[in-house]
Design a protein around this ligand. Structure first.
Ligand SMILES: CC(C)(COP(=O)(O)OP(=O)(O)OC[C@H]1O[C@@H](n2cnc3c(N)ncnc32)[C@H](O)[C@@H]1OP(=O)(O)O)[C@@H](O)C(=O)NCCC(=O)NCCS
Length: 381
């Protein structure tokens, strides 16, 4: 039977919505197609056999923005699973994303095995970390804190962006998929606490939801914790710690837990749930987002997906071009190219796991090239 992949019309959205509810449970927010949100359908005969959503995002790789296809809502109705419909869905969906300029694609898998053979590789985790609230009373100098008001949104957004640009992976929170900045920071929360290391300068924030009740079982949920310096982190943790008598547990969503768990009174936190963030490189020019130090000048031949390239590194820039005169056979698979770009694994690790093969002459230069901001993610989608 022939398989067709096509964009889903808004008028057909209500008819297929039950497939998402079946897959992800009732109450999940599956919005119809709209600006920055492309919904794709796969039909076989007269049946819908797969659905997927491509969202127009941008990823911060340090201070460089890289257009990204954010994949969500992948589902195959139960009776059609195992039919191999994901591959044609992804080929068409990602082809369209590539045409609009996306160089990367990201997603949170329900099972990583589904997407590995499609070229996605893990780069970061978004964890919910449960901490006994009384441990949050970190010692040391603390920045002053205050409750955010409506007028603080631009400063909160600026603090997020400053944090995001110190990492590889966080989404930019502007553009077509973020029409309402308030939604990104304050929606559904009890409050946002700001830290100000110097007067009038927002240098961190904790966005938190107080939850219900008090005493045993009550939980304070922190949807986002961003601190640009240590006093801000200490000030925010201490403020959260002040809830110890009413919410014995605090759950903090974070991609960089090691930065703040080291400040706690004792190391008694645990990962309550983990979402792995996976990324796929859609075009080799994504490597041009690497920002090496000006100390590195090199010509680095490599192959990826059967094509030979050379990365020319000079003056803090990387230019990637196809080559017919490659002298080395350093071969990256899909995992190697992603994890190199994100600094998520070094050459040794990639070789040990078979993602990187061939000539190792340039390994040390590649490792120096990809040193830089560590991988992290903040938005779940
Ligand atoms: C996940 C889901 C979309 C897979 O659909 P499917 O029809 O089984 O997928 P396909 O037959 O096209 O298989 C695609 C690949 O994924 C692998 N795969 C499928 N389900 C998997 C699972 N649960 N764990 C690991 N790998 C899995 C297949 O082995 C295949 O790999 P291969 O190409 O290396 O052989 C489907 O089971 C589903 O709708 N589940 C409920 C919703 C869900 O989890 N969606 C994913 C959201 S991120």
């Amino acid at each position: 039977m022939s398989t067709r992949v096509s964009p889903l019309d808004v008028i057909d959205w209500a008819a297929v919505k039950p497939f998402w509810i079946e897959a992800f449970g009732a109450g999940d927010d599956e919005s119809p197609p709209g600006p920055g949100r492309h919904v794709w359908r796969v039909d076989s005969g007269d049946e819908v056999v797969a659905l997927g959503v491509d969202r127009e995002f941008e990823t911060w790789l340090g201070d460089r923005r890289v257009p990204t296809a954010g994949i969500a809502g992948i589902t195959v109705p139960a009776e059609h699973r195992g039919g191999g419909y994901l591959r044609p869905l992804f080929e068409t969906l990602l082809g369209a994303a590539r045409e609009r300029g996306a160089l990367l694609s990201g997603l949170y898998p329900t099972s990583s095995g589904i997407y590995r053979s499609l070229g996605y590789a893990p780069v970061a985790n978004l964890d919910d970390i449960a901490v006994p609230t009384h441990l949050l009373g970190a010692r040391g100098d603390a920045a002053p804190v205050r409750r955010a008001g409506a007028g603080d949104l631009p400063a909160i957004a600026a603090a997020y962006t400053a944090w995001a640009q110190q990492h590889r992976g966080p989404l930019t929170r502007d553009g077509i998929s973020f029409p309402d900045p308030a939604k990104a920071y304050t929606d559904g929360l009890t409050g946002v606490t700001l830290a100000e290391s110097s007067p009038g300068q927002v240098t961190g924030y904790a966005a938190w939801d107080r939850g219900k009740g008090y005493g045993d079982g009550a939980v304070l949920t922190v949807r986002e914790l961003v601190a640009l310096d240590r006093p801000s982190l200490v000030g925010l943790l201490r403020t959260l710690g002040s809830f110890a008598s009413v919410t014995p547990t605090t759950v903090i969503r974070t991609s960089t837990a090691d930065e703040w768990t080291g400040l706690l009174r004792s190391d008694d936190s645990r990962v309550q749930s983990r979402s792995t963030y996976m990324v796929k490189v859609l075009d080799v020019v994504a490597l041009q987002a690497l920002a090496p130090t000006t100390a590195i000048t090199a010509e680095l031949p490599f192959t990826w997906q059967g094509t030979a390239y050379v990365a020319s590194v000079a003056d803090g820039r990387v230019d990637v071009a196809e080559t017919t005169s490659a002298t080395a056979s350093r071969e990256l698979d899909d995992t190697a190219i992603v994890q190199t770009l994100f600094g998520a694994a070094d050459s040794r690790t990639l070789r040990r796991l078979g993602h990187l093969t061939g000539d190792d002459t340039d390994d040390a230069i590649w490792d120096a090239l990809t040193a830089g901001p560590r991988p992290a993610i903040a938005n779940y989608y």
